[in-house]
Design a protein around this ligand. Structure first.
Ligand SMILES: [Zn+2]
Length: 329
């Protein structure tokens, strides 16, 4: 049952019902089961992650859904009560890493050390170790091919860190668009992408969900559903996508235009997320691993090359590019 505060917030927000209905119509072709995911991180100029994360918790509660929250270790350190609340309200708590940097820039040694600490903190806060990981910026790219091996070694069961296409920010062209298993045993859940000409866009999340026109979201949803072999459906968002009171601040990690685009158009986020949840149930990844894993294909670097890196790589911060084998259907 929704809590009093949850229902109250949801009702107050549901004033934009026409926008929600339009969004729901646009997503109608998508399956009834999906996973609503959140990358819990803060954003410069905003009021922090806590308030908008609680709005997302209220939204999920009011619609009877549970999601997966990938928490950045910096947030877990600063606001342990928020992490406990996410877990207490029934959601899966997973890791968004220990710092918001591209994996390839970080390197295997720093990644491993940071992830051990991040994993321990979430385990202490939630009473169980996280099963899932999402790389900042979907930065599991060929230059970070060592990361799945490190995650498997630390006991993670799955990652949802790959954008399976060429993308200006980060991507792994040629990776399967459906769930697959790395040779180390880690399950990978690539972000669902929609194609517009040569572009492959993770249309159910972040800036894409905010900026794409409604008719485009509808056609991408239809195309995704029509492909049939697209695999597990999931969406993603950030607390700051809802933070309409934030000031415009140029982010250190992006250009001026990207900073502006990340700041504008945040009012469209909530009705679109509500539309996605209308007539659809979100189940955390942790509860879907059996079903998803059963049909996962095997894919990745050739046997023996994965997760092996020499002393040079540990110092340099860039792992070897793996030799790719074609996806097994
Ligand atoms: Zn992030």
């Amino acid at each position: 049952m929704p809590s009093r505060s949850g229902t109250h917030t949801y009702q107050r927000e549901s004033g934009r019902t026409r926008a929600t209905e339009r969004a729901a119509h646009g997503f109608a072709a998508l399956p009834a089961l999906f996973t609503f995911t959140v990358d819990v991180e803060s954003h410069p100029g905003g009021g922090g992650a806590a308030a908008p994360t609680r709005r997302l918790l209220d939204l999920l509660e009011a619609t009877g859904s549970l999601g997966t929250f990938f928490v950045l270790d910096e947030v877990a350190r600063a606001d342990p009560a928020l992490v406990r609340e996410i877990a207490r309200r029934g959601h899966e708590v997973a890791s968004h890493g220990h710092t918001h940097r591209h994996l390839a820039a970080e390197g295997p040694a720093a990644f491993r050390t940071g992830m051990v600490a991040a994993q321990r903190r979430l385990a202490d806060l939630c009473g169980q170790a996280p099963l899932g990981y999402r790389a900042p910026y979907f930065s599991l790219t060929p230059a970070a091919g060592w990361a799945p091996g490190v995650l498997a070694e630390l006991g993670f069961a799955y990652s949802s860190s790959i954008l399976p296409a060429r993308n200006p920010l980060a991507g792994w062209p040629g990776a399967p668009s459906r769930p697959f298993r790395w040779a180390c045993g880690l399950l990978e859940l690539p972000v669902p992408v929609g194609r517009i000409g040569p572009l492959a866009l993770p249309f159910l999340g972040g800036m894409y969900l905010r900026w794409l026109p409604g008719w485009r979201l509808r056609s991408l949803s239809r195309d995704w559903a029509a492909r049939g072999d697209s695999g597990a459906l999931w969406s993603y968002c950030h607390p700051y996508d809802l933070d309409t009171a934030a000031r415009l601040v140029r982010r250190a990690d992006t250009g001026r235009l990207a900073s502006l685009m990340l700041w504008l158009n945040r009012r469209s986020t909530l009705p679109r997320l509500q539309g996605l949840l209308q007539g659809r149930t979100s189940v955390p990844f942790a509860a879907r691993l059996g079903e998803i894993g059963a049909s996962a294909v095997a894919w990745g670097p050739r046997e023996g090359s994965e997760a092996k890196y020499g002393a040079d790589d540990l110092g340099e911060g860039l792992g070897p590019s793996p030799n790719l084998t074609p996806p097994k259907a």
